[in-house]
Design a protein around this ligand. Structure first.
Ligand code: AOF
Ligand code: ZN
Length: 354
């Protein structure tokens, strides 16, 4: 067969369409929490006749947009969805019904939804309606897309990524590598992707600019200050005036200045890392960055609450003899699924705690 451009069309396989679902789902990166990112593609006779993604919690799901896009062509077509279609009335009606009503013939699913109100009920409903269902195409890719959502569904806590910068002589830096917080820089992208940043004391002294994303149209992360053993807190203007919201989590009464509509104070009766993360999970935060510029915040790592590490190796020799060797005295652990990237003038190394 020949396409419009005259080029020979190859029949694309399930994996290709599922990867397409994941690609379009990412258009909503950072915007869907506490919902997952989901993409859907409707294919008929080897052609994509409709596609859609879930833009934001409260808005229609990916399948609804894809079916609208396909119109009547959805009849007898195959729907590819990166996550199992829902079968419940939440903020939106069930996608299984929408697929059934549109007379979809086959549904190919990337992964089962770990949300207990969905978990396999969507698959069962589709099958019971006579639709052919396949589950597990490009499953690992679909899981990676929603690693934070899946983690929160399983644990009730946000997925936590530790980020820090090191010099070539192995010292913790209190600044980012060049270009990291510019548009397209890894830090700006992390701030777009993650729901919240735990800001350590380096930010409170005003030494570091608070995490914000400069990606076009990005949603900004919530700034979280864990105010343990503090009775008063003066926020630097960079935080108080930032476009992001800030939440100060405290144990007992705390005096926070300056007052701002964007700064919220939350009290937790028994404040420990477990209760802080549980609170963040209840609040709907699926993912957090623990941004280390000095030695605080390290208990999260020690207690096993960190899932992923992003280390930036900056091309500087600090020459500081006394400067902190980060994480000294922490217990030995293995990292897996390593990824390496040369970003601007730094080297980024990512890994997951096993
Ligand atoms: C899908 N496609 O695009 C999304 C799904 O409150 P609701 O109605 O938006 O429901 C939220 C739940 O629906 C969410 O926790 C997840 O289980 C599922 N999200 N499912 O088939 C989508 N966003
Ligand atoms: Zn749905």
């Amino acid at each position: 067969r020949r396409g419009l451009s005259g080029a020979v069309c190859i029949k694309m396989d399930d994996s290709f369409y599922m990867r397409r679902c994941v690609e379009i789902a990412k258009k909503a990166i950072g915007c869907t929490s506490p919902n997952p990112m989901v993409g859907c593609v409707i294919v008929k006779d080897g052609e994509i006749v409709g596609q859609g993604f879930h833009p934001k919690a409260g808005q229609p799901h990916a399948e609804v947009f894809a079916l609208r896009d396909a119109g009547k062509l959805a009849e007898n077509a195959t729907a590819y969805v990166s996550l199992e279609p829902c079968n419940h009335y939440g903020r939106t009606p069930p996608c299984t019904e929408a697929l059934i009503n549109a007379k979809i013939k086959q549904v190919i699913i990337g992964m089962v939804d770990p949300n207990p109100i969905v978990a396999s009920k969507g698959v069962e409903k589709l099958k019971a309606s006579g639709i052919d269902v396949i589950v597990g195409v490009e499953e690992m890719l679909c899981q990676k897309l929603n690693e934070a959502y899946i983690h929160r569904m399983h644990t009730g806590k946000p997925f936590v990524t530790l980020r820090y910068s090191l010099s070539f002589d192995g010292r913790l830096l209190n600044h980012l590598g060049r270009g990291a917080d510019q548009p397209g820089g890894y830090y700006s992208k992390l701030a777009q992707e993650y729901d919240g940043f735990v800001v350590s004391s380096g930010f409170l002294t005003g030494a570091s600019a608070p995490p914000i994303s400069l990606e076009p149209g990005a949603s900004q992360p919530l700034h979280i200050i864990i105010a343990r053993n503090m009775t008063s807190l003066h926020l630097p203007s960079a935080i108080a005036d930032s476009s992001s919201r800030t939440v100060v989590i405290a144990e007992k009464s705390i005096h926070v200045e300056p007052k701002s509509e964007k700064v919220e104070i939350v009290f937790l009766e028994q404040m420990n890392l477990n209760s802080v993360l549980d609170y963040c999970g209840r609040r709907g935060l699926c993912s957090l960055v623990l941004d280390i510029r000095d030695d605080d915040g390290l208990e999260l790592l020690e207690e096993g609450f960190v899932q992923k590490v992003v280390m930036e190796l900056c091309p500087v020799w600090s020459g500081r003899r006394e400067a902190s060797l980060p994480f000294l005295g922490m217990k030995q652990r293995e990292l897996k699924d390593l990824r390496l990237e040369v970003a601007n003038e730094s080297v980024l190394v990512e890994g997951y705690f096993s």
